[in-house]
Design a protein around this ligand. Structure first.
Ligand code: SAM
Length: 310
């Protein structure tokens, strides 16, 4: 399928879709480091710009529009009016692109918190907006550990399928492949995922295998808990050391933070995927990403539908 990618970041979602056979024909992000990373590893079809400066007419037609629109605009709980509210311009742009281009499918990723904004009314309004634009919409909360990603990370996927495609055509959300109780397969632990990486203080064999000196202290809150080697990693974060930097997860050896490479491996980026920018920017790009392995499963479903449509 031909894909337009909005809020593409470093390209975790896009890489998974490409691995499954899709072609990303146009992408956009405001962050120059993320765009540099994307260009280096995926392709230079990405446009670096604030989405509000992009005319919808300049976005090509595509089979699917994908993206993780930031939802700051939804945080002002009771003042929500979704598409009518100027503060929601990032969501409005995503919605506007889908409404005007009418792709067969759209996939929007968001944080779990979107489900509880304004007491659950925000997500209801989002679904209604897309239904009014001509889509059958499903909202699914996933933990990517259930799909073989070595990380506990809950995210919401809003998937739309154009109504005129009919009932015979149905985007089926990928079935879980792993589980806490070992079924069908056991969750993948952080130790299994990171065992292969050498001590970053002794080896420079891997790109981006450097780590933040932010002190490891166990204060029992996010980013400051001991990491259990036998469980999936805690969520790889995009922000939050309290000083403007990103809070990398402590390594299970308890002595240091994960390296950029290790964080990327937890997000299932391949080892040759190079992140561009200062350390903090690299950690943020990784923390923002959709795990590549999970994105590939979504891409495989798009590929199946594409085959069925032929
Ligand atoms: C959650 S991240 C997307 C990550 C991406 N889907 C991936 O898998 O790597 C959201 C992205 O939206 C971008 N963004 C935020 N405001 C934007 C704006 N006004 N215009 C364009 N991009 C924006 C951020 O730079 C960030 O990379």
């Amino acid at each position: 399928m031909k894909i337009v990618s909005l809020f593409s970041g470093a390209g975790g979602l896009d890489l998974g879709l490409i691995q499954a056979g899709s072609e990303v024909i146009w992408a956009n992000d405001i962050d120059k480091d993320a765009v540099a990373t994307y260009s280096k590893n995926l392709s230079n079809h990405i446009v670096c710009a604030d989405i509000k400066d992009v005319a919808i007419a300049d976005i090509p037609m595509a089979d699917a529009i994908v993206g993780g629109f930031p939802c700051q605009g939804f945080s002002q709980a009771n003042l929500l009016r979704t598409v009518d509210d100027e503060r929601n311009h990032l969501y409005k742009f995503f919605y506007g692109a889908v409404d005007s281009k009418q792709p067969k499918f759209f996939i929007a990723e968001n944080v779990r918190g979107i489900l509880s904004l304004d007491g659950g009314n925000a997500i209801k309004r989002i679904v209604k907006d897309f239904e009014n634009a001509g889509y059958i919409v499903t909202v699914t909360l996933v933990n990517v550990a259930d799909y073989g990603v070595p990380q506990s990370r809950q995210r919401v996927f809003i998937v739309g399928q154009r109504k005129d495609l009919g009932n015979a055509m149905c985007f089926c959300f990928p079935a879980k492949t792993h589980g806490k109780n070992g079924l069908p397969l056991p969750w993948v632990s952080i130790k299994t995922a990171l065992n292969c990486y050498p001590d970053p203080d002794k080896s420079n064999e891997y790109i981006n295998h450097i780590y933040s000196s932010y002190k490891v202290e166990f204060r029992n809150f996010t980013g400051h808990r001991a990491t259990d080697p036998d469980k999936p990693s805690p969520t790889i974060l995009a922000r939050g050391n309290g000083k403007g930097g990103v809070c990398a997860i402590p390594h299970y050896n308890g002595k240091r933070r994960l390296t950029i490479r290790e964080s990327a491996a937890i997000q299932t980026f391949p080892d040759n995927f190079e992140f561009i920018g200062q350390m903090n920017s690299c950690y943020r790009q990784i923390g923002n990403a959709v795990p590549v392995r999970f994105a590939k499963l979504l891409g495989q479903e798009l590929a199946r539908l594409e085959r069925d449509m032929l």
